[in-house]
Design a binder for this molecule. Structure first.
Ligand code: AMP
Ligand code: ZN
Length: 662
């Protein structure tokens, strides 16, 4: 019995530690806050049966850490705590009652919005800002002073001259978050799950110009170490901070009864989306600072405050249709078209269904009633269909056999999850294909970006890749906001692109699973396109790091007569299918890497190629010899193992890019 309790606790602790890492360090959570808090609560309930010593070092007793390996840190003068959570009116009421019983009377409470951002600590001495840091592990934080300064969010000088730590939350307004994600999606960059993650990811960026573009804002509401304060209450403290020049929350209230507290909570639970920023609950604090001091802290959180967290919103709606969209590499993605429904701050009328597997999992029929949530409160997701409400004649949704745009017969990835259109000239793919063709690592045609490509397509000036090389520049010069000079520059850039080496041309073709490094290896191995096109699976597999998936993708591509014609046409305009180049960097020299989970910016194979091209070595398992474990979406068991292995640094995909480019 006791053994099984300990076993259970051990498992739960490991699970929570894994989520802590995903959330705080990698800014890439795999479950909602609600689910996470439930796990912690479950653990606390089990641990209640243990004695104190056995609880030490449990994640239920620690603040989740955002510290990254190698980052510059600074100790907090006073610890930064987390908050205890309640999820129901009953829990909140019992918290208030316990507190009142302990104090002998119902205390005056300050209730505030719980801003869903990223905690920040500022330190001022002689009135001057000395540094800014993150919460880190509660004891020390990462230094982010230059970014905080660049953002111009806080005063450089304040009139309080005694040493003081001032604390609050950095966030991205919802609208700016949506714009940021749109831009990222358009650039085929990974989107953020929610504003909190976007803020967390942004405040630690190295690129200051990029930080400025993120429109971060802040709200301050607390102190760490401080002395000679002119205020005695939390509510006065917020006003004082505002007078000192800090941004503060637009809403807070003094409550003298539990009913008043619940009223404030209920109000903001329904009105939360009228605010320009995300809140995930309400924070209830004992107003009197002296009383706060007397109540003190547990290992993880203050005893004088509690958070009332909102439940994730869930709505029911109807599935009207399923559309199939074709992306750049031809991947076909099903999208659910929904009867518009307002949920968690916006009207949702579409939700991605990812792939055929998801359609089957949900057993989707047209006209189905579906339950919808926003995962991480942002991205609409269909939880389940409700078969009991299904109309009698509802048709099952069939994944198409042919491309919805060009009618080519769809093919499947080797792992079977994704269907794609194999026709390189498919109009649906053309915009993205042209952009990719002209991009920096491919043909590097300056000026030929998203908007110009769109205009060329719109005017019918190009309908295939080779058309780029026979543009009528006189006609182009007549285009609105374009002019002779731009036309001339474009012509020069396009002419220059004819000099690109074979590996770049190969990469520019946009063959599935052939990234720039794989293209280089293939070019070096086969020397020219004819040898490559003639290679069978076996010959292809001879190439370093070319496995079954890449080989079958190449074989399928070259087997398509339309693609052979494309190559002939590009050869005819003067592109090179036999000239070679070298590419090396040594930024990862001497380091070993392993990837777990799926990555957003490249396939795993392609990323491994890149690691090797930068001098790194990819190993096959977690051991003490491993330097870096790169964690993507849905990591596997390697993560848990790496956490237990001394010396292994766990990094995100973005941190890997930083290492390669450093
Ligand atoms: P959590 O980390 O989700 O348990 O919540 C605790 C965090 O909520 C604190 O570390 C703060 O960063 C954040 N927070 C947001 N708004 C407030 C507020 N008004 N008062 C106190 N903490 C807040
Ligand atoms: Zn097609």
């Amino acid at each position: 019995m006791t053994e099984s309790l300990l076993e259970q606790i051990k498992k739960l602790r490991a699970e929570i530690e894994r989520h802590d890492l995903l959330y705080y360090q990698l800014a890439n959570p795999s479950i909602s806050d609600y689910e996470y808090d439930r796990l912690v609560k479950e653990l606390q309930e089990l641990e209640a049966r243990l004695d104190e010593a056995q609880k030490q070092d449990s994640p239920s007793e620690k603040v989740g850490s955002d510290l990254r390996p190698g980052a510059q840190t600074i100790p907090h003068l006073e610890r930064m705590y987390s908050l205890d959570n309640t999820y129901s009116a009953e829990e909140l009421q019992s918290w208030c009652e316990k507190l009142a019983a302990e104090l002998g009377a119902f205390p005056q409470l300050a209730v505030e919005l719980k801003i869903d951002g990223f905690s920040i600590n500022l330190y001022y001495e002689h009135g001057d800002l000395q540094y800014a840091s993150t919460r880190g592990d509660g004891l020390q934080g990462e230094v982010v002073t230059p970014n905080i300064r660049a953002l111009n969010l806080v005063p450089e000088r304040i009139s309080h001259l005694h040493p003081i730590e001032i604390r609050g939350e950095i966030y991205i307004p919802v609208q700016d978050f949506l714009t940021l994600n749109e831009t990222r999606a358009a650039n085929e960059e990974k989107t953020f799950a929610n504003p909190r993650n976007a803020a967390a990811g942004s405040i630690k960026l190295k690129d200051r110009a990029e930080v400025k573009k993120r429109h971060l804002k802040a709200i301050f509401y607390a102190l760490g170490r401080a002395s000679n304060l002119p205020v005695n209450r939390q509510s006065e403290l917020v006003k004082w901070l505002e007078n000192l020049g800090f941004p503060v929350s637009p809403s807070s209230e003094i409550c003298l009864s539990y009913d008043a507290v619940q009223k404030f909570c209920d109000h903001w639970e329904t009105e939360r989306h009228s605010l320009p920023f995300e809140i995930d609950g309400v924070v209830i604090k004992v107003d009197e600072l002296e009383l706060q001091r007397r109540l003190g802290h547990t290992a993880k959180s203050p005893k004088w405050a509690v958070a009332y967290k909102f439940k994730p919103e869930e709505k029911e709606t109807r599935l009207l249709d399923v559309q199939f969209q074709v992306g750049r590499t031809g991947a076909v993605t099903p999208v659910a078209i929904l009867e518009p429904v307002y949920i968690s701050g916006s009207t949702v009328s579409r939700a991605t269904l990812h792939n055929e597997g998801e359609i089957r999992r949900l057993d989707i029929h047209l006209g189905d009633s579906v339950r919808l949530i926003k995962s991480g409160e942002i991205i609409p997701k269909i939880l389940e269909t409700l078969p009991q409400k299904r109309p009698a004649d509802a048709a099952e949704v069939e994944f198409p056999k042919n491309c919805p745009v060009c009618q080519s017969h769809l093919e499947r990835d080797l792992d079977g999850a994704i269907s794609y259109c194999p026709n390189a000239s498919c109009p649906a793919q053309l915009q993205k294909r042209l952009e990719h063709f002209a991009s920096r690592n491919a043909m590097d045609i300056q000026g030929l970006g998203e908007s110009l490509v769109a205009r060329l397509l719109e005017h019918g000036y190009v309908s295939t890749l080779p058309d780029i090389y026979s543009l009528d520049y006189e006609k182009l010069a007549q285009l609105d906001r374009f002019g002779a000079k731009s036309a001339e520059n474009l012509k020069a850039a396009i002419e220059a692109s004819k000099e690109r080496n074979f590996d770049r041309v190969l990469f520019a073709l946009g063959i599935r699973h052939v990234g720039s490094v794989t293209a280089l290896r293939l070019a070096e191995h086969f020397q020219n396109v004819d040898a490559l096109a003639g290679a069978d699976m076996e010959a292809l597999a001879q190439v370093q790091d070319v496995g079954e998936i890449v080989a079958s993708s190449l074989a399928a591509w070259f087997a398509n007569p339309a693609n052979r014609e494309l190559i002939e046409a590009l050869r005819a305009v003067g592109l090179s299918f036999g000239q070679l180049s070298q590419r090396v960097s040594t930024t990862l020299e001497g380091k070993t890497f392993l990837i777990t989970g799926s990555l957003a910016s490249a396939s795993r194979t392609e990323m491994e190629d890149r690691i090797r091209a930068h001098g790194g070595r990819v190993v096959s398992g977690v051991s003490a010899k491993l330097n870096y474990l790169v964690v993507g979406e849905k990591p596997g068991s390697k993560l848990a193992k790496a956490q237990k292995t001394p010396g292994v640094q766990i990094i995100s995909e973005e941190q890997l890019w930083e290492l390669m480019e450093s």
